[in-house]
Design a protein around this ligand. Structure first.
Ligand code: GDP
Length: 294
């Protein structure tokens, strides 16, 4: 994960062979390489520009301490700014004091919504909550079956309806959850290959009629800036409460993870690091930056 970014950054840091005071002039080569490394990792252009200004402002005028190599001082500044870019971390889900807390998952097709619904259900079960999964993805024929298999694996009820519409499925699921004493409802909604009006209209209807307490955008880290652009579109339509970033176990370049918070203003809550249902971790910017810097 982030292998290329890590290699590019460590090569950039080797350019900082400076003594005395850090200046824009003597950091020029190194900073240019840091910038290229971020752009090649598919970080949003505006985010990179802003980031470079912050790093430069912080570094200029810094006296290179004899006991510390100059590149180490730069690494520390870059580290802190990268953490700041992605944080602060808030891997929490707010639960209602009474009744059923409704969590809605949305995102493009293939981003990992169904898998992540299962992962959340597993996490909540381990916290002694009683989740119910709701198959509201009526677009992808296999999604309902996939969710049923996941539910059976976890021993978590899955609410489904034949020949229905997503709003009705979610509304009836809420009644059923109350009847069965399930305290959390996880809505696995439909996605499309691209953002389109029909999809957004369907999701907005669910949001209006079912009033989920929190809406999470499931974001495929492998798709870089496209994922961030989708997050922006979903956030404009739905007022997201958080992002869950999937496929961080693959060879994601880092762009989505580094850009999504700054571009949308929405915090990343959890990260998916594998297909299995226990592969969901709280989002930890410090740790991710540690992996990016090697
Ligand atoms: P949906 O269309 O959004 O419901 O997506 P799915 O949940 O069906 O996931 C699409 C594919 O991505 C499946 O093959 C999942 O196993 C896989 N997937 C989901 N999350 C992760 C993850 O965190 N890591 C990896 N490697 N694969 C994942």
């Amino acid at each position: 994960m982030f292998d290329d970014l890590q290699k590019r950054l460590s090569s950039a840091f080797r350019q900082f062979r400076v003594s005395g005071v850090l200046t824009e002039a003597n950091m020029k080569e190194g900073l240019r390489e840091v910038r290229t490394a971020l752009l090649e990792a598919d970080v949003n252009y505006n985010v990179v520009q802003d980031f470079m200004t912050r790093v430069t402002d912080k570094a200029v005028g810094t006296q290179v301490v004899k006991s510390v190599r100059p590149e180490q001082q730069i690494v520390k500044i870059v580290h802190d700014e990268l953490v700041d870019l992605m944080g602060p971390s808030d891997p929490t889900i707010r639960f209602e004091k009474t009744g059923t807390t409704v969590l809605m998952l949305c995102g493009l097709q293939g981003s990992g919504k169904t898998t992540t619904s299962g992962k959340l259900a597993k996490l909540l079960t381990s916290q002694n909550r009683k989740p119910m999964l709701v198959a509201a993805d009526l677009q992808r024929p296999a999604a309902v079956e996939q969710l049923k298999v996941i539910g059976a694996q976890l021993g978590v009820p899955v609410y489904t309806q034949e020949n229905s519409n997503p709003v009705k499925v979610c509304q009836d699921a809420l009644i059923e959850a109350n009847r069965r004493g399930c305290d959390t409802l996880i809505l696995d909604t439909a996605g499309r290959l691209h953002v389109d009006d029909e999809l957004m209209a369907e999701l907005v209807q669910i949001e209006k009629k079912v009033k989920p307490h929190q809406v999470f955008f499931v974001c495929d880290a492998m798709t870089g800036q496209d994922a961030v652009a989708s997050a922006e579109a979903f956030n404009a339509a739905l007022e997201l409460d958080g992002v869950i970033m999937t496929k961080l176990d693959g060879d994601a370049r880092g762009g989505a993870a580094l850009s999504v918070r700054r571009v949308t203003g929405v915090p990343v809550k959890f990260v998916g690091k594998g297909e299995k249902l226990d592969k969901l971790d709280p989002f930890d910017p410090e740790r991710l930056v540690g992996q990016m810097l090697g």
